[in-house]
Ligand binder design. Structure first.
Ligand SMILES: NCc1[nH]cc(CCC(=O)O)c1CC(=O)O
Length: 317
């Protein structure tokens, strides 16, 4: 960008850019990363951005699985309202928690460069090292199915609450172990906690480790500001994973994993669908051009085509 366009963008800001976020420590850390990226790339003063923390419905409900009470919208509803109203200029999300189909009035304008995509096991050095019938807390149908595939003796129970609350429950002995995304732990400066589980054993959730920024589609000014902090490779990889998920018509009940990597002009997508009890799964991979928007859906159809009637039924087929 030339010096003149930079000046023009700066001049257009007559008040701080309001960045909407959930108020959990992880969400605040993510929004701060977006704020810092903007300050750094646009050369702004710290007072030219403002974090606007909001409580999401999902934060108020701690005793049931998300899947049972309204799914991913519980994380986006409040922020959507504020973004639609113009109370905030953008909303920062963990892309893993964002529905595949979003209101047309919003657009994903940026994704920060993706962090570590592994899951980490807290409470034991490996899945095999867990005691017989150990109690493992997770709220993720994917992690539950992948754990049971490896160890069908494990007692998988629902765990809710933010990262700190979950770690406390392990400390207190309420659960023997849990799984958390390495990306989230790192953002909370806790990346040394637990043991890394390989992507072979636990392929991550679609969009795991990616932070996205949504803006109003019509707001070309903020779109342009966000474009400057976006990682093209992360955007392409996460978009492929989300297209895969969309074709499956999966929701947060569905045990699904997908991970794409970008190598030059090629996307490599690996994905897997499982029965909730881990007793069956189908996995596959596909490599395609970065411009190919139908390949992820074709992989989804291929996996479903190889699935048993029971596994198809998990995806309403
Ligand atoms: N569903 C909660 C959630 N959403 C995003 C992350 C971690 C950060 C990320 O994957 O980007 C987490 C916690 C976890 O899975 O451990």
């Amino acid at each position: 960008m030339t010096k003149d366009t930079k000046k023009e963008i700066l001049a257009a800001i007559d008040r701080p850019l309001r960045i909407g976020t959930r108020q959990s420590p992880l969400a605040m850390a993510q929004a701060t990363m977006v704020a810092n990226a903007l300050l750094s790339i646009h050369g702004w003063r710290p007072d030219q951005v403002e974090l606007v923390p909001m409580i999401a419905s999902g934060d108020k409900i701690q005793d049931r699985a998300l899947a049972d009470i309204g799914g991913k919208a519980l994380w986006t509803k409040e922020l959507d309202r504020a973004l639609g109203n113009g109370e905030i200029d953008c909303a920062v999300h963990s892309m893993k928690d964002v529905e595949t189909i979003r209101p047309g009035e919003f657009i994903l304008a940026a994704m920060l460069e993706r962090a570590d995509v592994h899951d980490r096991l807290i409470g034991a050095d490996s899945i095999d090292a867990l005691a017989e019938r150990a109690v493992v807390g997770t709220a993720s149908p994917r992690r539950k199915a992948q754990l049971l595939r490896q160890r069908n003796d494990l007692d998988i129970r629902l765990i809710r609450g933010n990262v700190q609350a979950r770690l406390k429950k392990i400390e207190d002995g309420e659960y023997d172990a849990t799984l958390l995304a390495a990306a989230g732990l790192k953002r909370l400066d806790m990346d040394d906690i637990g043991a890394e589980i390989s992507n072979e054993i636990m392929l991550p959730a679609p969009a795991q480790g990616a932070i996205g920024v949504e803006v109003r589609s019509e707001d070309s000014h903020v779109r342009r500001l966000m474009h400057a902090i976006s990682s093209t490779n992360t955007f392409r990889a996460v978009t492929a994973e989300r297209l895969f998920l969309e074709q499956l018509t999966a929701d947060c009940h569905s045990p699904v994993a997908a991970m794409a990597t970008v190598d030059g002009a090629t996307i490599h997508l690996r994905a897997e669908i499982l029965l909730p009890d881990g007793s069956q799964f189908v996995d596959g991979k596909s490599s395609f051009d970065t411009g190919d928007v139908s390949a992820p859906g074709i992989l989804a159809d291929t996996l479903l085509g190889q699935a048993s009637a029971e596994l198809k039924a998990v995806f309403g087929r």
